[in-house]
Design a protein around this ligand. Structure first.
Ligand code: ARG
Length: 264
């Protein structure tokens, strides 16, 4: 059974701007609705996997996005080193959480910006896909490969709206994936096409803007904020079941379902 880490949105709000989605949303989060949406997502994930919780911390509103805690492989974790000062204090809380669970905690070099599973995603073949250019730096990948002995492929993100790889790419079971072309440099689109061939579904602008690529993949289920009829049928034809979980309040901070979880 898969296991995920989540963090209750007790202190979630938009009170600074570090990505384009947050612009115009300062102070606009409906906290009660955010709580309900998070509980609904938590219920869905708990029904399919086990969920651990980290205690939320006042003053760290983005801590709900546990995907950015680090990159986990077996019982080891490379903890993140956030680009923005607003999120940097989260790292120590995530680090002590992992230590308390007996994970071996690893770090990249001191100056290496790395935002965890927001930018580093393992596919069903055990290959690591790494997105850089907006948040994580590209040379973080060399350091990750030194720590975790994995086959890896770097992708270049070019549009600040798709600032983390998990906003525009999601590996699915059986060598499949969904992704959004406009998030990537041309050579990265070519790399994805080459690696996945027929098995990659390129999503529309509308699906991308509804954070459809920010999906949690558990067995045959893909849990996401919203998908068009077209995307649903493309996924269903491939034997996947789409579960929609409305996380509109979290979209105001630039995150959706997958960002709110970390597979541990
Ligand atoms: N406001 C957060 C940030 O800009 C959202 C993080 C979303 N996380 C993710 N894995 N895409 O850092």
């Amino acid at each position: 059974m898969k296991r995920f880490l989540m963090c209750e949105p007790n202190f979630f709000e938009v009170c600074y701007v570090i990505n384009p989605w947050m612009e115009g949303n300062l102070g606009k989060v409906n906290s009660e609705l955010a709580q309900r949406q998070w509980k609904n997502l938590h219920g869905i994930v708990s029904g399919l996997a086990s969920v651990s919780l980290i205690e939320p911390v006042a003053g760290l509103p983005d801590m709900v996005f546990t995907a950015n805690a680090g990159l986990v492989k077996n019982k080891e974790v490379i903890v993140s080193s956030f680009r923005h000062t607003e999120r940097q204090p989260e790292a120590k809380y995530f680090e002590s959480f992992f230590s308390s669970l007996g994970y071996r905690v690893r770090h990249l070099k001191e100056q290496t910006i790395f935002e965890g599973a927001g930018d580093a995603l393992l596919d069903s073949q055990g290959r690591l896909w790494f997105g850089s250019g907006i948040r994580s730096v590209s040379h973080a990948l060399d350091e990750i490969v030194e720590v975790f002995d994995v086959e890896a492929c770097g992708l270049e993100l070019t549009d600040p709206h798709w600032y983390h790889l998990d906003t525009a790419f999601c590996p699915l079971p059986q060598g499949r994936a969904i992704a959004y072309k406009k998030a990537f440099a041309e050579k990265s689109v070519a790399a994805l096409d080459h690696a996945f061939g027929e098995d990659i579904i390129w999503v529309s602008d509308e699906d991308a803007e509804n954070f459809a690529c920010n999906a949690i993949s558990i067995g045959r289920n893909a849990i996401l904020h919203r998908a068009s009829a077209e995307l649903k049928s493309a996924l269903e034809q491939r034997g996947l079941e789409v579960i929609e979980a409305d996380v509109s309040e979290f979209l105001k901070a630039g995150g959706a379902c997958k960002c709110l979880t970390l597979e541990i």
